[in-house]
Design a protein around this ligand. Structure first.
Ligand code: B12
Length: 488
């Protein structure tokens, strides 16, 4: 799970044991206590499948079914899926074998869809089609167009069977190629599959590079091979990566060499490298204090002759280095250049950096200025901004009760009443979840509670704040509200 997986495949069949069912029960039971991602039940035996589905508490994914030996087995699997409310991964294989062209992939998918949805009553979204990928390493004329057909197959299946999902075991594509060549090819393939509508992939996120970070020359070599754009595509691809091995061994360049610590921090957040962020911060703060001469212009605060405090420097690092880096991550994600697991990894680097930065933020001790109940609203998992707000409030003399993320309105209001909060702080980063804010304001008004509400997050602006100053009935609620959106 540390690798960011969203599901865990369970296969316990081993040739030397005949008790697959019992083993499956034990493994699923054990996992249900410590794993909170969905389980993918991977067995060829319908009775073992049923044991797993009975044992697992949540909704499972069944891996996998097809029509290779006709529909008899598929009927059993879909029957169990319906009974236990599971989703099913379906491979585009039928009696004549693995579908290799996009049209054939669609044809088989349609047949499977018909059986699952029309005969067994599954919903389209219960079906996850894997339209198969084959290695491009052999140069075999039968497979030179296979990646193109797979990508097109995904597009056709998603267009013609609305509601269904698509998955792919991406790395099959590069099976047999040199290890240093595989990540680039897999990453480029993943990118094009996602463009075609792929929803999920079997992939090691640590071995995938964001499309935009792949060297343009390598990207072209990969695309020539994937789209079979030239006859010598495989040969050129192999030759290029043979050379990469040599140069990589002799030249392990540090990409952050020559950068200032500010640039390094920015680079690390963007490229998901946690190591050494603490030292970078220490270096910035230490450098500022050491180089102080009394007349020098402080590079951060712009003040002459006055030494910026560590607190001021920490705030400036936050505003001029960390937040812009996170914004760039968001912009790249928005532009489709980064996939979600990478954003999550950047978020982890950001969290680690902020945690260290907190050591430099002053705490105002003494009488508490008030008690704020703080939460990221229901349906929203973004908590970096909320955590920062907590730090800033705590360091400025407020007590904070942090309810965490995805917090329902009722929990927030109940807590505020229970502790007689001075104010409620709400964070939302999605346009959709920011709707929780007027909902809470209205509910407070309805209950005649007059807690001030602070709102913030990327989706919030002053206009929004002003708009939610009015309740559904067009009145000003009893609560007065303070809008503190944006950067501190
Ligand atoms: C990191 C991140 C994630 C991480 C979150 C990890 C975590 N633990 O927080 C992960 C990968 C999980 C994620 C998931 C998703 N994300 Co996201 N994510 C981001 C990203 C890149 C950065 C957010 C961030 O941490 N910024 C840094 C912090 C410090 O800034 P901040 O939150 O704005 O907080 C500051 C102020 O706003 C303010 N503030 C914040 N809260 C509060 C509260 C109060 C009371 C006050 C006073 C002030 C205040 O103070 C903070 C300090 O200045 C943004 C891009 C962006 N530009 O914001 C997208 C972004 C928010 N995500 C987005 C999306 C679409 C998603 C997903 C739906 C993607 C998906 N398809 O599944 C999911 C959402 C799942 C869900 N249900 O919530 C979109 C939202 C689009 C929209 N308009 O709704 C964005 C804008 C990216 C984009 N360009 O498309 N995401």
């Amino acid at each position: 799970m540390a690798g960011g997986a969203h599901a865990l495949d369970i296969s316990v069949a081993v040739t030397e044991r005949a008790d697959e069912g019992e083993l499956m029960r034990k493994v699923v039971k054990k996992l249900q206590m410590g794993v909170d991602v969905p389980l993918v039940i991977d067995t060829t035996e319908p009775d073992v499948l049923e044991i797993a589905l009975q044992t697992a508490p949540g909704r499972c994914l069944i891996n996998s079914t097809h029509l290779e030996a006709g529909r008899e087995k598929a009927d059993k699997v879909f029957g169990l899926a319906k009974k236990y409310n599971a989703a099913v991964i379906c491979l585009t294989i039928d009696e004549s074998g693995m579908a290799k062209t996009a049209q054939r992939k669609l044809e088989v998918a349609k047949r499977i869809y018909d059986i699952a949805v029309n005969d067994h009553g599954l919903k389209p979204e219960d079906l996850v089609f894997d339209d198969l990928t084959f290695t491009l390493a052999t140069g075999d004329p039968e497979f030179v167009d296979s990646a193109k057909e797979t990508i097109e197959g995904i597009r056709l299946i998603k267009q013609n069977l609305p509601g269904v999902m698509a998955s792919l075991g991406v790395s099959n594509l590069s099976f047999g190629l040199a290890p240093q060549a595989r990540p680039a090819l897999n990453s480029v393939m993943l990118y094009h599959c996602v463009q075609a509508g792929l929803d999920m992939a079997i992939v090691n996120a640590a071995h995938v590079k964001p499309y935009a970070e792949i060297d343009p020359e390598e990207r072209e070599l990969c695309e020539d091979l994937i789209f079979n754009r030239r006859e010598d595509a495989l040969q050129r691809f192999i030759q290029h990566f043979e050379n990469v091995e040599v140069s990589a061994a002799s030249n392990v360049a540090d990409p952050t060499a020559g950068m200032t610590p500010e640039q390094r921090l920015h680079w690390k957040i963007l490229h998901r490298h946690k190591d050494g962020v603490e030292a970078d911060i220490d270096e910035i703060i230490g450098r500022q204090v050491d180089t102080y001469t009394g007349t020098q212009v402080d590079t951060y605060t712009g003040t002459h002759g006055t030494r910026a405090t560590q607190h001021e420097l920490a705030v400036t690092i936050l505003n001029t280095v960390l937040l812009p880096a996170m914004k760039e991550v968001g912009d790249k994600f928005g532009a489709g250049e980064l996939i979600l697991p990478f954003v999550l990894q950047s978020a982890e680097v950001m969290k680690k950096t902020v945690a260290h930065l907190e050591n430099y933020l002053e705490k105002k001790e003494g009488v508490s200025k008030g008690l704020v109940v703080l939460a990221t609203v229901y349906g929203d998992v973004h908590d970096i901004g909320k955590n920062l707000v907590k730090t800033i409030l705590s360091n400025n003399g407020y007590d904070v009760i942090d309810l965490g993320k995805q917090v329902p309105a009722e929990t927030i209001i109940t807590k505020a009443v229970e502790v007689n909060a001075t104010a409620i702080g709400l964070s939302a980063l999605l346009v959709s979840t920011s709707k929780q804010m007027p909902l809470i304001v209205n509910e407070l008004h309805r209950r005649e509670l007059d807690f001030p509400v602070l709102v913030g997050g990327a989706a919030i602006n002053r206009r929004f704040g002003r708009r939610i100053l009015f309740t559904e009935d067009g009145k000003h609620p009893r609560a007065w509200r303070l809008l503190l959106q944006g950067r501190f």
